[in-house]
Design a protein around this ligand. Structure first.
Ligand SMILES: NC(=O)c1ccc[n+]([C@@H]2O[C@H](COP(=O)([O-])OP(=O)(O)OC[C@H]3O[C@@H](n4cnc5c(N)ncnc54)[C@H](O)[C@@H]3O)[C@@H](O)[C@H]2O)c1
Length: 370
């Protein structure tokens, strides 16, 4: 199969959908890989790296779309790409259709095969192509939190690990899923005194088993959160209720009880945030201050570390890309139920119920195709 890797053109998107190692793997499987000039540059991969891996560099985005049976991307296509997508072309990327009717209609019109990373789902309901970005954001939340706790960034001037003779900082992680677990591990590794909260007792039992001694677990409820926030230096919001806006767990009145220079990193901001005073910010201007509490609420945290994010994402997406390329989308989806769940729009038909429901569109069961 001919596989195209366009350069990402969304503002500030430095990731790329395939590493040179991924290109080499596809070439080894007897496929041809076409990479747009400078597509990997934001992630530290040169055109020469791709050529050495067996790929061909094409000058323009048009030529990449034109030649390819499958396009692999990171972000959803934007308007100037709509017209480049052809009938029967496989587009394998993050789409997040339910948040854009314009994109949904454009992909219906294109008659392409749209495989969305975010809905590829394993039997245990986990989302293997979303997990890597949660891992990045979770680990990064502590790095960012530590930075903003420094006095020059407006923080309390507290070192996460303390030093001999001085207590370490106190870190409260609300939500013990992927983001929360990675955050707690990082904060613990730096020597902080960490508490992780969740509403699932089963999850708390698991965390209690695997975490080091400087991580304690606590049931998440309003009473406990209210009691904990005044004494904590860094608070990380890592809650998710699938398909719903995150609940406001730290309320505005709680801010007044915190020490000036306390830092909140609300990773859940992309789902509305679990801190009442959250609003989305960007890497250019990541923080704002309310009641002397620093809020860091960047909605695409992995964007700050594109090299790590690119490698983490492609580690997860590549095995599926190889299956699609080797077997064609139809056979690959017949054989792999997780991948089948990634099909959202096929030849003008919406085959993912959530997307059809979001815009009152006709839903076609994907099994009609398989
Ligand atoms: N800002 C970013 O760049 C970025 C990047 C990746 C993920 N995210 C977001 O981070 C959030 C967490 O993602 P995840 O992958 O860890 O999800 P996850 O499903 O793995 O974990 C969510 C956890 O929240 C817990 N929870 C639900 N209600 C709770 C409550 N009231 N109190 C405490 N815990 C509660 C759940 O039991 C679960 O363990 C999501 O909103 C996700 O979209 C943001």
């Amino acid at each position: 199969m001919k596989i195209g890797i366009p350069k990402e053109i969304k503002n500030n998107e430095n990731r790329v959908a395939l590493t040179p190692a991924g290109a080499a793997e596809l070439v080894k499987n007897r496929h041809e890989v076409f990479v747009q000039k400078n597509a990997g540059i934001g992630s530290g991969f040169s055109d020469g790296d791709y050529v050495a891996a067996g790929a061909t560099i094409l000058e323009t985005i048009e030529s990449v779309y034109n030649v390819s049976g499958m396009i692999i991307k990171v972000k959803e296509p934007i308007e100037i790409e709509y017209g480049l997508i052809k009938k029967d072309q496989i587009i394998y990327t993050y789409f997040h259709f339910a948040s854009s009717e314009v994109l949904t209609q454009a992909m219906i019109k294109s008659n392409a095969i749209c495989l969305a990373y975010e809905t590829v789902e394993l039997e245990d309901k986990s989302l293997p192509l979303l997990i890597p970005m949660s891992e990045v954001a979770g680990r990064m939340s502590v790095q960012e939190g530590a930075k903003y706790l420094e006095k020059t960034f407006g923080g309390r001037g507290v070192l996460l690990g303390g030093v001999p003779g001085v207590y370490p900082a106190k870190v409260l992680v609300i939500g013990g899923g992927i983001v929360g677990t990675e955050a707690a591990k990082m904060a613990a590794g730096l020597g902080a005194d960490v508490t992780i909260m969740d509403v699932s007792l089963k999850r708390l039992r698991y965390l209690n088993d695997i975490m080091p001694a400087n991580v304690k677990t606590m049931m998440s409820n309003e009473f406990n959160i209210r009691e904990m926030v005044p004494s904590h230096d860094l608070i990380i919001g890592a809650v998710l209720i699938p398909g719903a806006k995150a609940p406001s767990l730290v309320t505005r009145d709680m801010l007044a009880t915190m020490n000036p220079g306390t830092v909140i990193v609300d990773v859940a901001v992309d789902q509305g945030g679990c801190i009442e005073t959250t609003h989305p910010t960007t890497h250019d201007n990541p923080t704002f201050l309310i009641e002397n509490v620093i809020h860091y609420c960047v909605a695409n945290m992995p964007g700050a570390v594109p090299r790590t994010s690119t490698i983490a994402l492609t580690n997860a997406t590549l095995p599926y890309a190889v299956k699609i390329a080797n077997e064609g989308w139809l056979n690959a989806c017949r054989k792999d139920n997780a991948l089948k769940k990634g099909l959202n729009i096929v030849n003008g038909n919406v085959v993912y119920k959530g997307v059809a429901d979001a815009f009152n569109l006709k839903y076609l069961n994907i099994d009609t195709f398989l």
